[in-house]
Design a protein around this ligand. Structure first.
Ligand code: CU
Length: 145
C-alpha cells in the first residue's frame, strides 16, 4: 500500500512538472555577462545560451583586427578593435536560436565568423526531471510487485 502511494505520488509529480506552466523551468531573469573573443576565423565561444528574459551583456574582444558582432533577430551590434573592446546589451525576450555574425569585413574568413545565441526556458531540464519522476514511479511500482 505504501509503495502504491509513492508510485502514484512520483507519477503525479512527473505529470505536474511536465504540464504545469508555473513549473516549466522558467527561472527568474538573470544578468548574463559573456565575453566573446573574435579572431580571424571564429567567435569564442561560438555558442551562447541564455534564459528568456535575461539581460544579456556581451563584451566583444578583438584579438587581431577590427571585428563586429551582430545578433540576428535582435538587431543589436558591437564593434571591437584590438585593445578596445565593444559592448552590446539587450533583454533576451524572444525565444529561439539566433545567428551571431561578424559585422565588419575583416578578412578572408570573415563569412565563417558566426555563432548562435539560444534563448530558451530550459525545456530539456524540465523534460529530464519529468522523465526521472516517471521512472521513479515505475521503479516503485516494480519493486512493490
Ligand atoms: Cu568579419
Amino acid at each position: 500500500m505504501r509503495f502504491r502511494v509513492w508510485s502514484l505520488a512520483f507519477g503525479l509529480a512527473g505529470i505536474a512538472v511536465w504540464f504545469a506552466p508555473g513549473l516549466r523551468g522558467s527561472p527568474p531573469p538573470h544578468d548574463r555577462h559573456v565575453t566573446v573573443e573574435a579572431s580571424a576565423d571564429a567567435f569564442r565561444p561560438a555558442r551562447i545560451r541564455v534564459g528568456k528574459g535575461d539581460r544579456v551583456t556581451i563584451d566583444l574582444v578583438a584579438t587581431d583586427v577590427i571585428h563586429g558582432l551582430y545578433v540576428d533577430g535582435y538587431g543589436v551590434a558591437a564593434t571591437a578593435e584590438p585593445g578596445r573592446p565593444g559592448r552590446l546589451s539587450f533583454v533576451a525576450d524572444r525565444e529561439g536560436t539566433f545567428r551571431l555574425r561578424c559585422s565588419v569585413t575583416c578578412g578572408p574568413l570573415h563569412p565563417f565568423i558566426v555563432g548562435t545565441l539560444t534563448v530558451g526556458e530550459g525545456r530539456l531540464a524540465r523534460g529530464a526531471l519529468a522523465l526521472l519522476l516517471f521512472a521513479a514511479s515505475g521503479a516503485v511500482w516494480a519493486v512493490r510487485r
